[in-house]
Unconditional design. Structure first.
Length: 166
C-alpha cells in the first residue's frame, strides 16, 4: 500500500546548496546504484569516478549554474533532480533519484513536473535527458510525460536520449 503523505519540492540554485539539504546522500546512492547496474564493482563513494565523487563531495560547486530540486516528505529528503541552466534554448534533466523507501509515492513525477516548470521559467524551449536503457520504468515514466527518443548526443553505449518541448 502506498503512503499518501504530502511531498514538497524545494528549488535550490546550485550556489545555495548546503549539506543540510541531504543531497549528498541521494547523489551517493544514485551513483553507487548506477555503477552497480553497469557492472562496475564500486563498494563506496571513494571508489567512484572523480566527476561523480565531486558531485557528492561538493554539490554547490558541481551544480553552481543549475537548479537542484529536492523532494521532502516532512523533513526527510526523499528525492532529487538537477535541471541545467538553458544553453541554446535547451535545459537538461540529470540525477533523478528517489530514495527506495519513498518509491511509489509519485516523487519522480512530481520532480519532473517541477523540472519542466523550472526549465520553462528559465527560458528553455526544450528539455532533454539521457537514461540507461535498462531503466525501463524510468523510460516509461518519461514517455508518459511526453518525452520521445531522439538522436544521441552522448557517445556512451546503452544510453537512451530523450527530449520534449517545454
Amino acid at each position: 500500500m502506498t503512503d499518501q503523505r504530502a511531498v514538497s519540492v524545494l528549488r535550490r540554485p546550485g550556489r545555495s546548496l548546503s549539506v543540510e539539504d541531504g543531497l549528498a546522500a541521494l547523489l551517493a546512492a544514485y551513483h553507487l546504484r548506477t555503477e552497480a547496474e553497469k557492472g562496475e564493482a564500486v563498494v563506496d563513494v571513494d571508489a567512484l569516478p572523480d566527476r561523480y565523487r565531486a558531485e557528492i563531495e561538493d554539490p554547490r560547486n558541481a551544480f553552481a549554474d543549475d537548479v537542484v530540486l529536492i523532494a521532502l516528505s516532512g523533513s526527510v529528503t526523499a528525492g532529487c533532480l538537477v535541471v541545467t541552466a538553458p544553453a541554446d534554448g535547451r535545459s537538461e534533466i540529470k540525477r533523478l533519484w528517489t530514495d527506495p523507501e519513498f518509491r511509489g509515492w509519485g516523487i519522480a513525477s512530481t520532480l519532473l513536473h517541477a523540472a519542466l516548470a523550472q526549465a520553462g521559467e528559465s527560458g528553455a524551449s526544450t528539455v532533454r535527458l539521457s537514461v540507461w536503457k535498462w531503466r525501463t520504468g524510468a523510460i516509461a515514466l518519461y514517455e508518459r510525460l511526453g518525452f520521445t527518443v531522439t538522436e544521441s548526443w552522448d557517445d556512451r553505449g546503452q544510453l537512451v536520449c530523450m527530449q520534449r518541448a517545454v
